[in-house]
Design a protein around this ligand. Structure first.
Ligand code: AMP
Ligand code: MG
Length: 328
């Protein structure tokens, strides 16, 4: 069975072709909207997605050598995300489904970050540490649903890193620049550490950093190193607590921030100490991508789930535990 996946929850427009035969991602074309300084205007993102829609679809098909007529299923990200951009993907999905007379399936973006790990690695029932620009959540399957065991109480870790990088004039996206500078320091500056039960909070740290930058007493490298150590320790702590609580021994990383090698290393240290395992996917499957939408769509379809044209609306505020998980 061949599924065409469409992702459009935020800054990236992506189309992927996945075959469930031998579990193969045949193509995964990602067109990310870029700005010099960061900051995203939803209507501009939507314009970008419309502009790249045609070329993304063509590339995804030509790379596989299959014709659109060979596609058996259309999957699209239904939420959570930005209304402006979700509408572009959902519109394309409905059009393709009607034109090709093929079934349609709406997919939850956060759950898809976990399902792609189960599809591409040997992880069977992992806890997902999902750290992207807007989202920071620890998600796992328990009692018939995917549930959020911990999350940020204010901003997402990626957005936090980007705004910290902006304060230091490092450019956008900030995460990779911070990672590069952090490598040049080993000096830890004490910073506020805020874990509240299963959740984290970054607002206080953000204010504290602004004051430290203003004081001009600290080097950029030392600040970057210390920020990474502090924020990643918070993430690893809540991930570990979720693993202990759910009694699971697999950790999967997802989201753009998960591309960070130091975060990966800290997760590996934690899971090794627990005799558990960390699974890290190649970067193209960590960032927002349509392969994860196609993979999840296939699982849902095989479990008998369908989305009618009438129900193929967008769900910008869909919560992870709203989803009826019939495929597990
Ligand atoms: P996403 O929303 O999943 O596309 O992720 C985007 C976020 O990932 C941005 O905030 C980036 O700064 C962040 N990011 C990307 N690469 C890295 C990295 N190597 N280290 C830390 N953050 C990163
Ligand atoms: Mg994402």
């Amino acid at each position: 069975m061949i599924c065409l996946g469409i992702e459009s929850t935020a800054h990236s427009f992506s189309i992927s072709i996945v075959s469930d035969k031998n579990k193969k991602v045949l193509s995964n074309i990602i067109n990310a909207y870029k700005t010099k300084t960061g900051g995203l205007i939803p209507s501009k993102l939507a314009e970008h997605h419309v502009e790249v829609l045609d070329i993304t679809l063509r590339k995804a098909l030509t790379k596989t050598g299959i014709s659109i007529k060979d596609v058996d299923l259309i999957a699209f990200s239904q939420g959570p995300g930005l209304g402006h951009t979700l509408r572009i993907g959902a519109g394309l999905a409905r059009s393709l489904s009607l034109l090709l007379n093929k079934p349609l399936i709406g997919v939850n973006h956060c759950i898809a970050h976990l399902e792609i790990g189960r599809f591409l690695t040997r992880a069977k029932d992992p806890v997902l540490l999902y750290v992207s620009g807007a989202n920071t959540q620890v998600i796992a399957y328990e009692a018939g649903k995917y549930r959020v065991f911990g999350e940020t109480l204010d901003i997402g870790a990626g957005n936090f890193l980007d705004s910290f990088a902006r304060e230091l004039d490092l450019g956008f996206p900030g995460g990779p620049r911070i990672e590069a500078l952090a490598k040049m320091s080993r000096k830890y500056i004490k910073l506020p550490y805020s874990v509240k039960g299963m959740d984290i909070s970054l607002g206080g740290l953000s204010t504290n950093l602004k004051q430290k930058i203003k004081s001009k007493k600290y080097s950029k490298n030392d600040l970057c190193f210390s920020v990474q150590e502090t924020v990643f320790a918070m993430l690893v702590e809540v991930a570990e607590r979720a693993m202990a609580h759910t009694d699971k021994n697999e950790l999967l990383l997802g989201g753009g921030v998960a591309c960070n090698k130091r975060l990966q290393e800290m997760c590996e240290i934690m899971t090794k100490e627990r005799r558990a395992k960390t699974f890290v996917l190649p970067n193209e499957f960590l960032v927002d991508n349509a392969a994860m939408i196609a993979v999840t769509g296939l699982e849902m379809f095989k479990a008998g789930m369908r989305t009618s044209i009438k129900d193929a609306n967008i769900r910008p505020y869909e919560r992870t535990d709203d989803v009826d998980v019939r495929w597990r």
